[in-house]
Design a protein around this ligand. Structure first.
Ligand code: CUA
Length: 356
């Protein structure tokens, strides 16, 4: 599986970047953005780029984009050429007649033909996006500021105003099989978020009081970045996730593993976790912890990131997140447990790190 370099960083570096972004950092980014718009350098595409088209929808959108860039470039060159000609030439005797003809053909007929052609192209592409799913059904709820994921949920959402329940719960990382049309049901309990995996498909809003459907049909195995694309509150920019595209067998094995209870259900770390009230918000299946406010942590160590795509899942990062939650991720709903002694935090982090 092509594993792109993930964008997660160790705690101090990530924090450093959040707080002290050097002013000069903007220039290379702007240059990169400019470069990315050129088909010649599409190789610069990464795990969070629409230029890495790894799904049927993103491939057709990318192709349409190239067609429009090529068409736009041709029209621009023609118009610039015409303007240069106009300022250099001397007006002909029958200039007015030529001008009128140019306006009719170039200003009315040509745009009408081009826009009509693009409209029909769009209409032709649309049914493809709406083809029914033939893969798993996964519910994803946009929370503040993370992603609640449930595999193989039961029941039709239909016009029901909430996501179907049941299924195997996870968070912030979504596995889907390659070559199948996976149905993602999107909802939110309070504010509007937008679910966006640039490499796979366009954005779809997650709106309280309704269920939106998005069908993802990935064509290339790999790990892709997803983000929240609708301002939803203070930690909006740190509301990311990973999509892991694997073979059908690997997908089935992953969901089966996620359905298992926690790997370690007796540990000093678990005791401290319960004593300090963590279980009021988090579930760890197989233990008394059954809170539902925060992410399910049953297999937290099997995920690539913690804090919704923010930090690599390591014991040290888990400890930092518990100790200085609102410092690592300003705006997070979870309170910081800075008052806990370091060794107690370390014991909890060690146990969480064992929950593969
Ligand atoms: Cu969720 Cu922005």
């Amino acid at each position: 599986m092509p594993d792109f370099p993930t964008e997660t960083r160790s705690f101090p570096k990530a924090l450093h970047r959040t707080i002290h972004r050097p002013a000069g950092a903007r220039i290379p980014r702007a240059v990169a953005a400019l470069a990315a718009t050129s088909p010649l350098v599409a190789a610069c595409a990464g795990p969070q780029s629409t230029f890495t088209a790894a799904g049927t929808e993103s491939e057709s959108v990318l192709f349409l984009f190239y067609v429009m860039v090529a068409g736009g470039t041709a029209i621009w060159l023609f118009v610039i050429g015409l303007s240069l000609y106009a300022v250099r030439t001397t007006p002909a005797k029958d200039g007015a007649r030529i001008g009128v003809r140019l306006i009719i053909w170039g200003g009315c007929v040509f745009p009408t033909v081009v826009l009509t052609a693009l409209l029909f192209w769009g209409l032709k592409e649309m049914p493809g996006y709406r083809r029914p799913a033939d893969g798993p059904r996964i519910a994803v709820s946009g929370e503040r500021f993370w992603w609640r994921v449930a595999y193989d949920v039961e029941g039709e959402p239909g016009i029901v105003k909430s996501l179907p329940t049941g299924g195997v719960e996870s968070a912030n990382e979504i596995w889907i099989p390659v070559g199948r049309r996976t149905e993602i049901l999107l909802g939110s309990p309070d504010v509007i978020h937008s679910f966006w995996v640039p490499a796979l498909a366009g954005k779809t809003d997650m709106i309280p009081g309704r269920v939106n459907r998005l069908v993802l049909e990935p064509t290339v195995e790999g790990v892709y970045n997803g983000v929240c694309a609708e301002f939803c509150g203070s930690a909006h920019a740190q509301m990311a996730f990973r999509v892991v595209v694997v073979s059908e067998d690997a997908y089935a094995a992953h969901v089966a593993a996620q359905a298992e209870p926690a790997a370690v259900v007796a540990s000093p770390g678990l005791d401290r976790f319960i004593e300090n009230g963590c279980a009021a918000c988090h579930t760890v299946r197989g233990t008394p912890a059954d809170g539902s406010v925060g992410p399910d942590l049953t297999h937290v160590a099997s995920r690539r990131t913690i804090g919704a795509g923010l930090l690599e899942t390591t014991e040290a990062n888990l400890a930092d997140f518990i100790r200085a939650t609102d410092h690592v991720k300003p705006g997070v709903e979870m309170p910081s447990f800075g008052a806990l002694p370091d060794d107690e935090v370390a014991v909890i982090a060690r146990w969480l790190g064992e929950l593969r």
